[in-house]
Every structure is written in C-alpha cells, then in structure tokens.
Design a protein around this ligand. Sequence first.
Ligand code: SF4
Length: 481
Amino acid sequence: MVDDAAMEGSAITKNPAGGDEDKSSPSHTFERYSLPVRDAPDLHSTPSRFKVSVDRVGLAKLLFKEVFHYRFNMGLVLSRPCIYGVFGGPLGGFAPREHECVGCLRCTIEHPEIVKVEPNPLRWGWGDDFHNPLALDTVDHESRSGSVPVRGQGYRGKFGGAGWDGMWTDMSEIVRPTRDGIHGRESISTLVDLGGSPPLVDPDDLPDTPTLSLPLPTFLDLPPAQSQQIDLPEIWHRAAAMTKGMAFLPVRTVLEKGCPTTHIAPFFSSGEEHLCASFHGTRLVEAESLETALALQRALPQSVVSLRMPYPEDPTELVRLFQKGIRLFHLVADFHGIGPQGRFVLDLIQESHCALVSEGIRDQCSLIGTGGILLAEHTAKAILCGLDAVALDTALSIAIHGRPPGGFGGRDTRYSFPHIPVDWAAQRITNLLSAWRDQLLEIMGAMGLREIRRMRGEMGRALFQSILEKEAFSDIEGFPE
Ligand code: SF4
C-alpha cells in the first residue's frame, strides 16, 4: 500500500505491459508534486483596460501651480495624482501610461475637471458573456506568472447569476477543519484515478483492470482548429510532459509526429481502430464511438479506454454504456458549457453523476468533462458536481494568445494564433495549471478536504442559489415558480 503523498509526484498506470516506470514501488523516494513555474511574459500587448483622458490645458495650469507648491520637485509633480505611475512617464500626464491604470478613480475624485477614466471599448468588447474580459484577463495573468490573481480590493463581481455563478462552495467554519496545502504544512492531494475499478477487491486475486493515476485532475483536450501552422500538438505534448499530465491528440497526428505516449492519449475517430497496433502499452486511448471503444478495449487490454461523447440527453444512457463495458466517459459540451436542449453543464454533470450513483456503479467508472471550464473555480465546482477530472479547451488557447476571430463559436471554430515559440507556449500552459492547482488546494483547504478524490460529487459542500432562494422566498407572493 502506498500513500497518496508518496504517489502525488507520480503519474503511473497499473499496467504490467506498459513501458512506464512504476514509481509506486516502496523503494521509490518521496517526491512532492510541483509544477515548474517560470515567468512567461505576454508576447503581444492587449488593449489597456481603461482609457485615461486628460484636459491638457487644465493639466498645464495644475502643474504650474504644483511646481511651486512642491518646490520644483519634478519627479513628485509629474507623478501625481496616480500612485500607479500612469502619470509617471517622461511626459507625465500629457502622455498617460494607460496600461498601468487599475481603475481606482483617485485621479478623477481629486481632479474631476482634468481627468476622465473610462472603460476601454476595445478591451471590453472582447469575447462574449462567458469568455468575458475579466475571465480573459485572469487566464492571461495566471499563464503569464503562474500565480493566483489577487486584486486586493475584495471581490467586486456579482454574488450570484447564471451558470457557475449560481453555485457557491461551502467554506464556513462549521464544515471545515482548516487545512494548509498551499504552504506545504499539510499534504493535500490532487491525485486522481481514472478508469474502471471492481466493486470488491479480493487481495488474493487482484484484478488487472487498467486504471490511470494522474497528479492533476486536468487534461489538455484536443487542440483547436487553427488558421496558421503553429505546432499545437508539440505544445500540447511538451506542456503535458512538464505537468506530468495527459494531452489528447488525434491518433494520426501522434503517428505522424512519432510522439512518445507517456503523456499523450491518442484519439481514434470512428473507423481508425486499425491504427492501434503501435499503441500497446499506451496508458490512455480515446474513441469517438462505442464500436471503436470496444474494439480498442479488445486490442489494447492494458490501456484505459475512454469514450468521448456529448453529454447525454437521458443520463441513464451512461448506465447502458457501462453495461456494455465502458468505464471512462469523456462528456463534451460546447465552448460555453452548453449541452443538449441548451442546458448548462452544472446540471448535466450532476444528472450524469447521480444516474451512476443510483445504480450503485459510480465507483466503478469515471467521468471527464470538457466545455465551460474557463477558470480554476470551474474545475472545483465541476468536480463537486460529480466529475472526476476536466479537459481544458478555450482556456489553453487563451493562455497562448489564441483568439477565434469571429468569437467563441462551435468546436470547428478556427483560432488565430500569433507566431509563438513552443517553449514559451508550453510554459504558459504549465503556469496556468499551476495557478489553478494552487486555487484547488485553497478551496479544498477551506473545505477541510485532504484529497480531490473525496471532493467528487461532494454536493453537501456546495450551495445553489436557486435552491437557497426558493427556501428563503418561495412563501412570498410573487416568487416565480
Ligand atoms: S484611475 Fe487610479 S490608476 Fe487610473 S490613472 Fe487614475 S489614479 Fe491612476
């Protein structure tokens, strides 16, 4: 028996034929899982968040007055009134450095007749309701620095709303013995096991069902279509290796590039199962259809086989597929997290999870979810709702400056990428995953959870706005049914 702390640094398949070293052997030394974070500055500047307009005549008069007031201390005169240095450039307020503006509005309060600060329409027109400028900024910050964005002004957003905003995590003192995973005083494990496991284990007859253990519950989903020739598969592969994780890539791409599959899960479209001969010992493979998945299970008995499918309209479909032998489901919604009948993944995940729980088979299979996961908190919420792991899509492209020119549409949307070096891009993705892991540890610490496997489907730690509002206000006349 190996404890999770020891396994936290490893990513192994219980696969006797696999080429991967089995690091779970007791002789393997302890290694705490950590991600190699390094600064990866933006390669292309984005429009500033705010537009700062200054009345130059008014400013000249003010400066004239202040030169005498501050006794010719020009450094001081030219830097006022902004402590963030917006007016601290060589030309002071005559050429404000708008990128430095954080929107505190101090200047407009002190000198309303001279300075005006407004949101920059170029910036706030980006994206859409889901991929909004604040979310894009957050992903940019995380992938640039690998750190958690702390704004220091408290939370200024809404305390409820549609989608993920309608769910909160319960971090009250009543439910939590506080744990500290961030500063390493206590081990909180983000290790996740995927694949099938039998309902009961006989120690004398251990099953050889393949399972996959990963140190992070976060996959890199198939790279998006692109309008240039950026080597996304190499970026995905490099980032997955740096994070000891897994990236999905089309099987033909894997064959063409000859990538080792330690950190790659080849994706087989229908009819491509004959290409599996080169993948004996591969830890994870994915199929587009049930027939392909079953063919892969027969051909690669030591690999975990995932079935990629849309979130089902009827969640009992998962039970039927389980009975046919599927043990790992990869459920896909669109980039905005919208699945069948226009429903958001928050509900779809819970339904899928509960359908498996009610049949008593939830622990014998695993769920990965793609679509609608743009921020770290979405991963935590998706796992609380019932996923074992998530696979990222738009967040990865945003991290490496990819933008769909016509907006975040369907999965065939072509992304436009500037010229980006592979090393830089892999580092950005690594930084992003590191910042997300820190936030997962923060959330789990605040909920008193020591491992992410226990967080799966732990809906008792979640609060839902719709339920709370109903409980509180449904007796009041006019409350919508
Ligand atoms: S709003 Fe705040 S940060 Fe922006 S220019 Fe004015 S004082 Fe500086």
